[in-house]
Design a protein around this ligand. Structure first.
Ligand code: TEU
Ligand code: CA
Length: 534
């Protein structure tokens, strides 16, 4: 059984916002906090009760805010601290929570700590980062090239696991631990209810001798941040890279005083062999992956994070569904597969209108530092056309185009004459909030109904989870139950087929194509959830 605290968190429904691309309030082509404030009712009406904001702190934006230059100040383009206070107030007055994105592994090289540190070995900030006369290993940056960068001023190399402008902090230095605790406390005092923690598994390193990137002191550092009296109530979701259940237990078991949950990314690989290469059979793969993690986390009373997309991933429906003529069906079917399971739902902006992946014919239309690095790498061996195919398939920009609110020139994202900071989504004229709401088949209305159903019955929060389909089936059937009430969820895959059930059911309370019965002939990507008569 989940602990009481974790069970409470399964009632949270978290809407993830990429502020740069969500809503621009002042016509400069860049989304901002006032834009977010103007859409709080839109988010609440969806059925979400929490917002996770991707980093909104001062930053030169080499990696769109994941290169923080001041953790306790707001990015100029996004607004001011007054705007942030107003946002917190706007959320809390609606009974909603705020989750901020903490980036403890690295700072921007513009951060004062780095600017001081590079001045020399006797500077008080000297040991805030990893400095070596000669790179101690051949680690590569996640965005391509060496992870070691020579700094002229200091005359030494520093470590950057990500972009050159993202210098890794040295957590071995107690002053760094203290500084990051102060950042957390600053935001807790402001009313922040939780954190998503960027690459949390990276913060401990085995340098200079170790070859493993994941160092031995990780648990100690996480507790220093979140195992304190002041922080124990927070909801914390770590972004890690582990798929090892024992490792996840050590981070997330209740009583460890570390994290509430970790994102497990295994299902992101469904429908691809690597980030830039597609693979068949994605729906089956997604089902099997979800089943595995439901069972493993339930056995260990871990809180699981239910997510389909985020700002680092192209849209799932384009990878494993049919994002052309069955876009509505696949978007809603995948939502039913995932969000009626046990865990905390996260919904990424645009997912609620079935936004597909975008497509462009020129590399000039891409911005993301990872995509540009991958482009250079693939271009060494592939043609321009083959390379662009890969970049379109895997680019992080897919989820970062301006949110499409309507079909106007700049999709209702900005009213100014400025071009949006990133080119409009290539399908924004067709797929946008206005069109979705005007359609008989609205993905957003389906999400609303789904979240209402989920919030309305304990069956969707408790442990009881049973799978009725087999791995050979091209559909997914599972049940959820609590307190004598049992629900069945049926999600068909690509083929039209008859699906039988071993028990009778009420008329489906949720269905993407208006089904009258839970069993019988299912169209491609048709789904239903119904109360069982057993
Ligand atoms: O991403 C962490 C991470 O490991 C990425 O390399 C991720 O696997 C990649 O984006 C997938 O393509 C986090 C943030 O979510 C990402 O936006 C940042 O760029 C990165 O950390 C550095 O802060
Ligand atoms: Ca703006």
């Amino acid at each position: 059984m989940l602990s009481e605290k974790y069970k409470e968190f399964t009632k949270w429904v978290i809407y993830q916002i990429y502020p740069r691309s969500f809503m621009d309030s002042n016509g400069d082509g860049i989304g901002d906090l006032q834009g977010v404030i103007s859409k709080l009712d839109y988010i609440k009406e969806l059925g979400a009760n929490a917002v996770w904001l991707c980093p909104c702190f001062k930053s030169p934006n080499e990696d769109n805010g994941y290169d923080v230059a001041d953790y306790c100040d707001i990015m100029d383009e996004f607004g001011t601290m007054e705007d942030m206070d107003q946002l917190i107030e706007g959320l809390h007055s609606r009974g909603m929570k705020l989750i901020l994105d903490l980036v403890p592994n690295h700072t921007s090289t513009d951060h004062k700590w780095f600017q001081e540190s590079r001045k020399g070995k006797d500077n008080p900030y000297s040991d805030y980062y990893y400095w070596f006369d000669v790179p101690p290993n051949d680690w590569e940056s996640s965005f391509g090239g060496s992870a070691w960068q020579y700094d002229e001023m200091r005359g030494q190399y520093y470590l950057h696991t990500f972009a050159v402008g993202q210098a890794d902090l040295n957590w071995e230095n107690p002053a760094v631990v203290k500084a990051m605790q102060d950042v957390v406390d600053f935001w807790v005092d402001k009313g922040c209810d939780g954190f998503r923690i960027d690459v949390i598994d990276c913060i401990s390193k085995d340098l200079p001798n170790g070859q493993d990137r994941l160092g031995p002191r990780i648990h100690e550092y996480i507790r220093a941040l979140f195992g304190r009296e002041k922080t124990a109530h927070l909801f914390t979701v770590g972004e890690g890279s582990t798929n090892d259940i024992d490792d996840i237990v050590l981070h997330c078991a209740s009583g460890r005083d570390e994290l509430s949950t970790l994102f497990i990314f295994e299902h992101m690989e469904c429908g691809r062999t690597d980030k830039f290469t597609p693979e068949e059979g994605g729906m089956r793969a997604l089902r099997d992956c979800l089943v595995y993690w439901q069972n493993e986390t339930a056995k260990r009373d871990l809180l699981y994070s239910l997510f389909i997309e985020n700002h680092d991933q192209p849209q799932m429906i384009s990878r494993i569904g049919n994002d052309r003529d069955l876009r509505y069906e696949s978007a809603t079917d995948i939502a039913a597969m995932v969000y009626l399971l046990k865990g905390v739902p996260f919904i990424y902006q645009g997912q609620e209108i079935g936004m597909p992946a975008a497509h462009y014919d020129s590399i000039d239309d891409f911005d993301d530092v990872e995509s540009l690095g991958a482009y250079r790498k693939y271009r060494e061996t592939l043609s321009e056309e083959e390379t662009l195919e890969k970049i379109n398939f895997g680019s992080r920009d897919n989820g970062r185009h301006p949110m499409a609110w309507d079909g106007s020139k700049n999709s209702g994202f900005t009213e100014g004459d400025c071009e949006p900071w990133l080119i409009n989504h290539s399908r924004a004229k067709e797929v946008n909030v206005e069109n979705d709401l005007n359609s008989e088949r609205s993905v957003r209305r389906f999400y609303q109904e789904l979240l209402r159903l989920r919030a309305g019955s304990n069956a969707f929060l408790e442990d009881d989870f049973e799978v009725l389909s087999s791995q050979e089936d091209d559909f997914f059937i599972y049940t959820r139950a609590a307190g004598g009430e049992k629900w069945v969820v049926v999600c068909n895959f690509e083929k039209e087929q008859v699906i039988d059930l071993p028990f009778g059911c009420e008329k489906p309370a949720l269905s993407n194509l208006g089904r009258k019965t839970a069993d019988g002939r299912y169209l491609p990507y048709e789904c239903a959830a119904a109360k069982c008569l057993c």
